[in-house]
Design a protein around this ligand. Sequence first.
Ligand code: IPM
Ligand code: MG
Length: 358
Amino acid sequence: MSSILVLPGDGIGPEIVDEALRVLDAAKARFGLDIDLDHGLVGGAAYDAEGDPLPESTLEKARAADAILFGSIGGPKWDTIERDKRPERGLLRLRSSLGLFANLRPAILFPQLAGASSLKPEVVSGLDILIVRELTGGIYFGQPRGIKEENGERVGFNTYVYSESEMKRIARVAFDLAMQRGKRVCSVDKANVLEVTELWKEVVTEEAKAYPEIELSHMYVDNAAMQLVRAPKQFDVIVTGNLFGDILSDEAAMLTGSIGMLPSASLDENRKGLYEPCHGSAPDIAGQGIANPLATIMSLAMLMRYSLQRGDVADAIEAAVEKVLDQGLRTADIHTEGTRKVSTGEMGAAVAEALVNG
Ligand code: IPM
Ligand code: MG
């Protein structure tokens, strides 16, 4: 038996996670999966209930589970509370406490959605990029950090730091994954300005020697941001640090039509993982039943593939998503003329049905 901890979080989190769970039920029915579900609080919801965005009880459950299905966290309600108690800190502590250093963000364009992208169909059609983002280091976690008083004014500061071992292990994840796809890795840095990424570039280049088949290239992050909208298909795997990966993955998500389409996996050394959509909690549309659940449903597919070693189930979930897109069903964010606009629940139900009838 495998165990999954479900952490819906805030905003649209609960709605989209409900749909992923509906799809999980369908997967259980079709494949006879033996999965034990546990539930926990995280983010603003946990702060409201227990005064902590990552209560000890949630962390314990997370450590015990084989995988975690995560919704989204945050919202204006908690933006002004004490910094360490904010929802985002809960997620960052969870990633770091579990050692989830490798964040995989696949940006794949479903042919059915070529018209929903803000770029011309010929620029994005067939797009299949994997962003490998380092997730437990860099400027997100570097010390010292803070806001202080100096010479009569406030000064804000953060530290951008990576050790060689952190750079090596994320490079290896990127190379290993690239070996299973196009064998091309682009390492993104700002080595012309930042020493930490100068070392990054050096270390990645050294690690690449163990992968003679990999074609490694390097790109400054500003150029990478530009190339992603100019000619995104030049990329196969992109490997980069925490902050650059955060930014570039939102950009890559939009190439696929909507940020509502991008799933993610955050893995530790043993492939235990946390699976979450790349988008945020979208408080502006929460509770209206219009959010797109597909990124979360495809995060469930990644969970099957990476943590439960059930690539067959993952393939079936992804095929069910394709089938529903073929049928012309679209949530508001990917809706175009000639397709049928559906609610969060209708989309989830349609994928579940397509999966059962597989
Ligand atoms: C993401 C999000 C998070 C991040 C936030 C919510 C802390 O933007 O997963 O991309 O910056 O990592
Ligand atoms: Mg982000």
